[in-house]
Design a protein. Structure first.
Length: 316
């Protein structure tokens, strides 16, 4: 029995991360139509844009799908009301405490999942009444937990201290990685970076090509005094690192960051001054693929790993 497949009524326990500037209705609907769970990334959408994408999703797929909502979003009250009015069935919350909104969302018949970076926050999320946990390790792109716990360490710790079904995230882009997470107790995976450069992703072609050309060590966690964020190296990255190395305070970092940096980099393709958020797994992504090909490849490789498991058994 796989609780994630049952919870969402999906064919494969593969969740597409709700990534800013990548996760519009075209990407999310493609994932849902190919057996996974597609998520709209509400964090980069003004309320009226979110409504538009929700309605496009309703036309594009009859399969389950959801919305990722960062709880620290400036217009969070408005976004929550939109989810209720548009009768969204699945909500992934992140970047904040789920205590305030979970009961309201569940009152309206929604399945609620919260993203955490530690076993402690997994326990607090369970107490808040969420239905499942995404445990996201340090390898992930974009905003990260301050604990800097790797996925390999985080998943078994969360599984041990939480009775809810766990979805593993951070550094996962293959069937082999999915099989590894299953062995650690996760019942599903959330994949970001590989879907971020999918054909259907709304990210700019120049951003996708930059990710494909990246090498090992080309991402690093910066902006720790604001919100730890994993970035791909570019001119903006260098400016941030120089400031941090000089001991810059929150004010100086905020001034440099300004507004719209992620949009500039990911959506508009400014590879010099944009904030290029991507995970460590970027160095192992070598081509742009369709969602159908990505999911087919992951499922095939996963099944091969699980069937060949006996080859790794130790002799008594």
């Amino acid at each position: 029995m796989n609780r994630i497949k049952q919870l969402f009524h999906i064919k494969y326990p593969i969740i597409q991360g709700g990534m800013v500037w990548c996760s519009g209705w075209k990407l999310a609907s493609a994932v849902s139509n190919n057996g996974g769970l597609g998520l709209l990334g509400a964090g980069s959408m003004h309320p009226e844009i979110l409504v538009e994408h929700i309605r496009q999703m309703q036309k594009a797929t009859s399969n389950p799908w959801g919305v990722n909502v960062p709880l620290l979003y400036p217009e969070i009250d408005h976004l929550i009301q939109i989810l209720i009015e548009e009768k969204v069935k699945i909500v992934f919350t992140s970047a904040g405490s789920p205590k305030k909104w979970t009961s309201l969302l569940k009152t309206h018949g929604m399945t609620v999942v919260h993203v955490v970076s530690s076993a402690l926050f997994a326990q607090k999320s369970e107490e808040a009444g969420v239905d499942a946990i995404v445990a996201e390790g340090f390898e992930a792109g974009g905003h990260n937990g301050r604990e800097e716990t790797t996925t390999l360490t985080l998943i078994p710790n969360v599984v041990t201290h939480c009775s809810l079904p766990v979805i593993a995230a951070g550094g996962i882009a293959s069937g082999k990685a999915m099989a590894a997470m299953r062995m650690l107790g996760a019942e599903g995976v959330q994949i970001g970076s590989r879907f971020a450069i999918a054909t259907e992703s709304s990210a700019h072609p120049l951003f996708k090509e930059k990710v494909i050309q990246s090498a090992e060590g080309d991402t690093l966690l910066l902006l720790k005094k604001l919100a730890p964020t994993r970035l791909l190296k570019n001119e903006f990255f260098t400016q941030v690192k120089q400031l941090e190395d000089q001991g810059a305070d929150v004010s100086a970092l905020s001034q440099l960051l300004g507004k719209g940096r992620a949009k500039k980099g990911i959506f508009e393709g400014d590879l010099a001054e944009g904030e290029l958020e991507i995970g460590q797994i970027a160095s192992m992504l070598y081509q742009q693929e369709s969602v159908a090909d990505i999911i087919r490849d992951i499922v095939t490789e996963y099944n091969q790993c699980m069937q060949n498991g006996k080859d790794f058994e130790l002799e008594n």
